[in-house]
Ligand binder design. Sequence first.
Ligand code: FAD
Length: 420
Amino acid sequence: MKNGLAYQVAVIGAGPYGLAVAAHLRAKGIETRVFGDSMGFWATQMPEGMLVRSIWEACHIADPDRSLTLDAYMESEGIELKEPLRLKEFIDYGQWFQKRTAPDLDRRRIVRIEQAPLGFKLTLSDEEIVFVERVVVATGIAQFAWTPPEFRDLPSTLVSHSSAHQNFRRFAGQRVIVLGGGQMAIESAALLKENGAEVEVIVRRPSVHWLDQSVPWLRSASNPLRRVLYPPTDVGPPGLNWIVATPDLFRRLPQSLQEKIARRSIRPAATGWLIPRMKEVPIAVSCGIDSAVRVGDQVKLRLSNQTDRLCDHLLLGTGYRVDVSRYQFLAPELLAALSIVNGYPVLTAGLESSVPGLHFVGAPAARSFGPVCRFVSGTAFSAPALAKRVVATRSKKWNPNRPAKLNVAGEPEPASSTET
Ligand SMILES: Cc1cc2nc3c(=O)[nH]c(=O)nc-3n(C[C@H](O)[C@H](O)[C@H](O)COP(=O)(O)OP(=O)(O)OC[C@H]3O[C@@H](n4cnc5c(N)ncnc54)[C@H](O)[C@@H]3O)c2cc1C
């Protein structure tokens, strides 16, 4: 175990949020270290062939002078991209952004965050210890994949969450039931079909909600009013979308109204461009799964409409449920000190939690700042807000000219020993 030199801020996570935060902090001269795999979640937990659901304007990862937008990326690389972006195109863009904002990315994982006298003590996957003054948790939703309890006892060969697959090739020739009516469930069903599986979708609601079908032209790039009707954040229906696009306003609304707006803005829905690809996939609506039992190499499902299905695999498009207590790297004492409501940390200005110096960005910030925090476009609000807070509270503890050498308890070593 080695003693590390302190960084001012450690950003844990190198997805869109961690990278945007790092870009903003570094632009303000804050010494920042970023940990994690560059665009790791997108590269490993989304299926090959997936298209990015967000519109073009909502896919820029925020940087302080807007020099790292998708348009800048195209120009720099001499390539042409168009909406909807392919998964691989978005990952490449994110990694291009990372090389420009965090070229010194530390790919090691953080296995523990604990409070220390001057801030926080981080334990890295190779057991190195690093002391930092502030921590930004930007580790995304991977840990929050939601498997309903009734399926947890079945083996992963028979039941899996959609996030467990990088492609669906292994399902060719198999009968697969997909549970869910949101984008991931419906797009997985389309991809399974295209990979040669026999697919059926089970949806609890009376219908699949297809986005932008009433007047598709309204959202098209050729509509001159598109920018008025739809803010670049692209979250929520017209009217509510501007409230969602203004997280500082959302935060001031009564809790009950916040919840209504959030529910309406992220209700399960699928993009209209999936409709033609779903033509040959049966969808059973107003239907849940009452039970699932293993029958040899297959799984037998009893549906709520009292019919049965026998399939080779049940794919759960059941989404994600934020619960920061599932972030195993948060030490129990730190977790106990956090103010948490329904799994979400309570955050104040600068996305700072009830533990001073500990920030959360991305989906865990959604209860405090609204549903835009679940999407890439929320980086445009979160990253500058966080950087502003860090600058405003810049601590005297941090001396960039002479970083503190800390002992194993996170306390500064006597000056004589640090200045040798
Ligand atoms: C199938 C699917 C499709 C989506 N489509 C869209 C879309 O079209 N538009 C949109 O805006 N959003 C979309 N989203 C939401 C998307 O997840 C978020 O917008 C975005 O990824 C949030 O970025 P993030 O930086 O918070 O987290 P992530 O992108 O998940 O990044 C997390 C980072 O944390 C790192 N990490 C995790 N744990 C540790 C650890 N212990 N130590 C070090 N590093 C760690 C990972 O390696 C990774 O670098 C989609 C989500 C899913 C599941």
